[in-house]
Design a protein around this ligand. Structure first.
Ligand SMILES: [Zn+2]
Length: 314
């Protein structure tokens, strides 16, 4: 497909097929199980050919080190991670079997702040999906990012009034808010509270980006009204993200090895800037005649050197 000059998101994913991204997006809706099988032990974990996800995906707890983000959102790891408690007054963590409710303390603080503000926006509370693994790093399933404890997925379903059982947290589905034709949000589902909770997240000074489906961005542009629209530039259209929104915070001041992402700029990104997302070739991509080779997995040698200590730490 062509890469329009005015759509940075397309440049960002150049070389990656939409099909792969859509496949990854689907993982957000994967159900969990109450009794997850731990992955079998590795025969030779020291082998440099072992994909890093197989190593990080077998760590059940955080590295006993000071909290530090190391590397980039899609190529790094996390020391001294903190867990988001699975129940708060205005949040609940979903898919507990995945053990992905870990983050840098700054991310925990942002989520607690947002959960606290959500009811003021008409949103009862947050259902929190994947954050990072206990030591960050690549994951055996799902996301390419979420590696450094600065990303969190929040369901586009408000928290129910009751405390969910463990089974409900594994099996419940988030709400699809995009209409069937993918051109806009589903007016039967979309509410002012959806705008309110995303706006509250975007207004947090620690939050640098929020990823949503293009149809959601379009709706936010329309529903933001004539008041303060300065938060819209942080909300970026992306594939998937039709059941959840993805909050990404900036590099923490305590983490000199955290690699920052390019700033978003201040443009709202509304109107014609969204047109490319609604073209037929993006909405209904044709399968490539020759299926692209899957990207090789990351190995320890691809990650910052300090990630070895994170992996080896008690
Ligand atoms: Zn995400």
């Amino acid at each position: 497909m062509t890469l329009p000059a005015r759509a940075p998101a397309f440049q960002m994913i150049a070389g990656v097929t939409i099909a792969i991204l859509l496949a990854n997006a689907a993982h957000a809706q994967d159900r969990g199980t109450l009794n997850p099988e731990p992955p079998p032990p590795l025969a030779n974990p020291g082998d440099p050919d072992t994909p890093a996800k197989e190593l990080f995906g077998r760590k059940a707890g955080p590295a006993a080190m000071e909290a530090r983000t190391i590397g980039f959102y899609s190529k790094g790891c996390l020391a001294g991670a903190k867990a988001l408690p699975i129940n708060g007054k205005t949040w609940q963590v979903m898919r507990l079997s995945r053990n992905r409710n870990w983050g840098h303390p700054n991310l925990i603080a942002v989520l607690e702040r947002l959960a606290n503000q959500a009811p003021k926006a008409g949103w009862r509370g947050l259902l929190v999906g994947d954050m990072s693994q206990p030591r960050g790093g690549p994951m055996r399933t799902g996301h390419a990012s979420h590696q450094v404890g600065l990303d969190a997925d929040i369901w586009l379903t408000p928290m129910p009034a009751h405390q969910l059982t463990r089974k409900e947290r594994e099996e419940m589905s988030a709400t699809m808010v995009v209409a069937e034709d993918r051109l806009d949000v589903d007016s039967q589902v979309w509410t002012p509270a959806h705008v309110g909770v995303i706006r509250a997240a975007a207004k947090d000074p620690e939050v640098e980006r929020i990823f949503v489906n293009a149809a959601i961005k379009k709706a936010l542009c329309r529903d933001a009204g004539n008041g303060d629209r300065t938060w819209l530039h942080k909300v970026r259209p992306f594939f998937g993200h039709d059941y959840h929104f993805h909050v990404r915070i900036r590099c923490p001041a305590d983490s000199p090895q955290c690699k920052a992402q390019e700033p978003t700029g201040n443009a709202e990104g509304c109107g014609h800037e969204l047109d490319e997302w609604f073209t037929d070739e993006v909405l209904h991509p044709k399968p490539a005649p020759i299926p692209p080779k899957p990207k090789p997995p990351l190995h320890m040698a691809d990650l910052p050197g300090a990630c070895r200590q994170v992996l080896l730490a008690p």
